[in-house]
Ligand binder design. Structure first.
Ligand SMILES: Nc1ncnc2c1ncn2[C@@H]1O[C@H](COP(=O)(O)OP(=O)(O)OP(=O)(O)O)[C@@H](O)[C@H]1O
Ligand SMILES: [Mg+2]
Length: 381
């Protein structure tokens, strides 16, 4: 497989030296059974790289089992990873295979490895070195053949210094370490990623995308992107959908990027989003609106495909006439007023305990008084 083929296959965008080097490393190490540690900040593509390793490996026709070590409660992590015997603890009514057994002959991706409890790490080290493990409640050793890929956004060296991570496991893991640089260190990939995501988002939402101005590209290139590619993608999703049909110029783009995120500004912002609380909240609510919009489009298409209205305005299954124009069909479905009412009701139900009416009105782009009246009209307030 060539570098281009691999990038194409995995949707791995990037032409900078940094990305090319990572792709070359993947091509070298993927066909071996070496354990690989992927490190990088939040959101630069650790999971994408893990999948690329799997796809370029000789185990690509076997299972890839992905496990988020950080999301499993400490009390059950060993049973989840290594399985348990029937009756080994209250509630263990059946024997259960763990993720390692499920990945036998294939690959396991252990995400957020830095979150693994220190007591579990010793068992992980054993399986990593010899493939041996014991199900919880068993005294018999079993053996699996599993290729291990691990990822973390933590500085494991620091974790070792703080005795949060075993040093023997750290040295074993880091023998092949793919370090993904933050997006701000490979800015030349930003326009490429912008075009890729924008087209994808526009297509998904059935809207047209008119492109960016040169200054807008430049602004995006100058932005810090502490949340890396994930943040870039989320920002583009808000812009493309909310500003649909417009060419995105500097002024529009600027509204969606915190001034604190422009180059040379404070680097002391929280790393996950790199945004102020107000902006992070706004982003969350944009996302609620975007999800709602996709749902509405999906439902509308579904209704259009299967139903029509009778004379009383009730929906009835129909056989669509071939010469019926698209606009006529669309008018029959949801009026703008109904769509607006649905949007307001959903935002209200999701957010009434989390934000003020003023904040909601701002997101919806209407006055506080109009929103108050609407809520009363809908019997919500
Ligand atoms: N090189 C890339 N080309 C295209 N899309 C990418 C690339 N890298 C990351 N992405 C996209 O960016 C988003 C974040 O990527 P991913 O989930 O792999 O990051 P991560 O480092 O695992 O993030 P987190 O720290 O939040 O777990 C995903 O939507 C992913 O598809
Ligand atoms: Mg991830």
């Amino acid at each position: 497989m060539t570098a281009e083929e691999l990038q194409q296959k995995c949707g791995l965008i990037g032409e900078t030296f940094e990305i090319k080097e990572i792709v070359n490393t993947i091509l070298q190490v993927a066909p071996t059974d070496l354990t690989i540690l992927i490190t990088g900040e939040s959101g630069p593509g650790k999971e994408v790289i893990a999948k690329a390793i799997y796809l370029a490996s000789k185990r690509s026709n076997q299972n890839l089992v992905s496990v988020n070590s950080g999301a499993i409660p400490e009390g059950i992590i060993e049973s989840e990873l290594f399985g348990h015997e029937k009756g080994s603890f209250t509630g263990a009514s059946e024997m259960r295979k763990g993720y390692f057994e499920l990945a036998h002959n294939g690959t396991i991706f252990l995400d957020e490895i830095g979150e693994m409890p220190i007591s579990t790490q010793v068992k992980f080290l054993r399986i990593l070195e010899s493939g041996e493990f014991m199900r919880v409640g068993s005294s018999t050793t079993k053996k699996v053949d599993v290729r291990i890929i691990a990822a973390t956004n933590k500085d494991l060296e620091q974790e070792v210094a703080q005795k949060e991570f075993r040093s023997d496991l750290f040295y074993r893991l880091r023998s092949v370490n793919i370090k993904i640089p933050p997006l701000r260190n490979r800015r030349d990939d930003i326009p490429l990623l912008m075009n890729f995501f924008s087209n994808e988002i526009a297509k998904k939402n059935y809207i047209t995308f008119e492109g960016f101005s040169g200054e807008a590209y430049q602004l995006f290139k100058n932005t810090t992107w502490n949340g890396n590619i994930r943040e870039l993608r989320n920002t583009l999703e808000s812009i493309i959908v909310v500003e649909k049909g417009k060419k995105i110029d500097y002024e529009i783009a600027k509204k969606y990027i915190s001034e604190n995120d422009y180059e040379n500004s404070s680097k002391n912002l929280p790393m996950v989003t790199g945004k102020t609380v107000e902006q992070a909240e706004r982003e969350i609510f944009y996302r609620v609106l975007l999800d709602l919009k996709s749902e509405i489009i999906y439902l509308r298409n579904l209704i259009e495909e299967n139903f029509g209205k009778d004379k009383d305005g009730k929906f009835l299954p129909i056989i669509k006439h071939k010469n019926e124009s698209e606009t006529e069909t669309e008018n029959k479905i949801l009026s703008i007023e109904e769509t607006i009412n649905n949007t307001i009701a959903k935002l209200w139900n999701n957010s009434k305990n989390k934000m003020t009416i003023k904040q909601m009105a701002k997101i919806l782009g209407i006055s506080t008084r109009t929103l108050g009246n609407k809520l009363q009209e809908l019997g919500l307030k």
